[in-house]
Ligand binder design. Structure first.
Ligand code: 3HC
Length: 303
């Protein structure tokens, strides 16, 4: 297998059309990046037309925001908008060279999505998953050609976070890995090649920090004390702010995956699942500025 390092541009596949499965927050963010940096058609799908329309509308709003900030011209904004389409018909993925998935973090659902999409795309199409901590190899378990699957893990907020983890499974072939590295470079992100281990590198470290912060709260340390205690680290966000940013459901899932893989080293948190049901930890003002920990969130952790 190719060792971690520079991609072989000669064998990388040319990406002339991108397909995106899932039209949620993460997918919409990287859809914009693909269309802006690659300047190719991007087609986006989800379970139903409502979700698709919402995703496409969100991308268009972000294009308008770039225009408003003077980052792109009106011509450019019109061109980008025209390149983004939504569909519920997988046949529209037939001429995609690159398909990336960002649906909810459930292994069986991801396996089925890839097995289905493989029926529509060509044998050359590279398949990528933005999973945050599931095994990429297992996600490809139902693929006829699992060597074309690679992990391509973005970080939130996609527009500003400079890293992509390119997850190299034992089955990923050189063409796929090189296409992923060249694509990441075109998106102007720094790519690192990681092993297909739970949480790869970033979320493995993050699961430790977020898991310890939740465990402190779960075992009686007040939220505010954990918040104040993490400020001196100089990180841009506290662990709880970060949990809200990535989504409490995603955060809970990341902790569960790590706890299942390494029960002696990682905590899971039933309270985090309850907070995910509530949908937030902090009370915010109309501009999104944190006012304090939400009363209902405090009740949840106090049991
Ligand atoms: N979505 C999109 N863009 C955002 C954003 C958001 N939620 N938050 C901020 N931005 C953009 C702003 O629009 C602004 O862009 P502009 O320069 O084009 O106007 C730029 O980011 C800077 O924003 P601010 O001036 O508000 O800058 P801050 O200094 O407050 O920084 C931050 C905001 C970049 C989000 C910073 O707080 C940060 O780096 N936080 C940590 C983020 C992090 O660690 N992410 C990784 C999470 S792990 C993950 O995603 C993996 C997953 O699998 C769990």
């Amino acid at each position: 297998k190719r060792p971690a390092g520079a991609p072989d541009k000669a064998i990388a596949r040319k990406v002339t059309k991108v397909g995106i499965i899932g039209a949620g927050l993460m997918a919409s963010q990287f859809a914009l990046l693909f269309v802006r940096r690659l300047q190719v058609p991007v087609v986006i799908t989800d379970l139903d037309q409502g979700r698709v329309d919402k995703g496409v509308a969100g991308i268009r709003a972000e294009i308008d925001a770039l225009l408003g900030k003077g980052r792109i011209s009106r011509d450019e904004s019109n061109r980008l908008k025209a390149l983004v389409t939504g569909t519920t018909d997988k046949a529209d993925f037939a001429d995609c060279d690159w398909v990336i998935e960002a649906i909810f973090e459930e292994l069986a659902a991801k396996q089925d999505v890839f097995a289905e999409i493989e029926k529509y795309v060509t044998a050359e199409t590279v398949l990528a998953t933005n999973t945050s901590s599931l095994s990429v190899e297992q996600i490809g378990a139902k693929l006829a050609n699992p060597e074309r699957l690679v992990g391509f893990h973005f970080f939130n907020p996609v527009a500003v976070m400079p890293l992509i983890e390119v997850v190299n499974t034992p089955k990923t072939n050189d063409e796929t890995l090189s296409t992923a590295m060249v694509t990441a470079a075109k998106l102007r992100k720094n790519a690192v090649i990681t092993k297909d281990t739970p949480g790869f590198v970033v979320n493995r470290i993050l699961a430790k920090v977020l898991g310890e912060a939740m465990h402190a709260v779960d075992t009686g340390t007040p939220f505010e004390v954990v918040e104040q205690s993490t400020k001196p680290f100089g990180l841009p966000m506290t662990p709880f702010e970060l949990l809200e940013l990535v989504g409490l459901k995603v955060g809970a899932h990341v902790l569960d995956t790590h706890h299942a893989a390494f029960p002696d080293r990682f905590f899971d948190s039933a309270n985090l699942h309850r907070l995910a049901e509530l949908g937030h930890i902090f009370e915010r003002d109309s501009k999104g500025k944190i006012k304090g920990v939400d009363k209902k969130a405090l009740e949840i952790v106090k049991g």
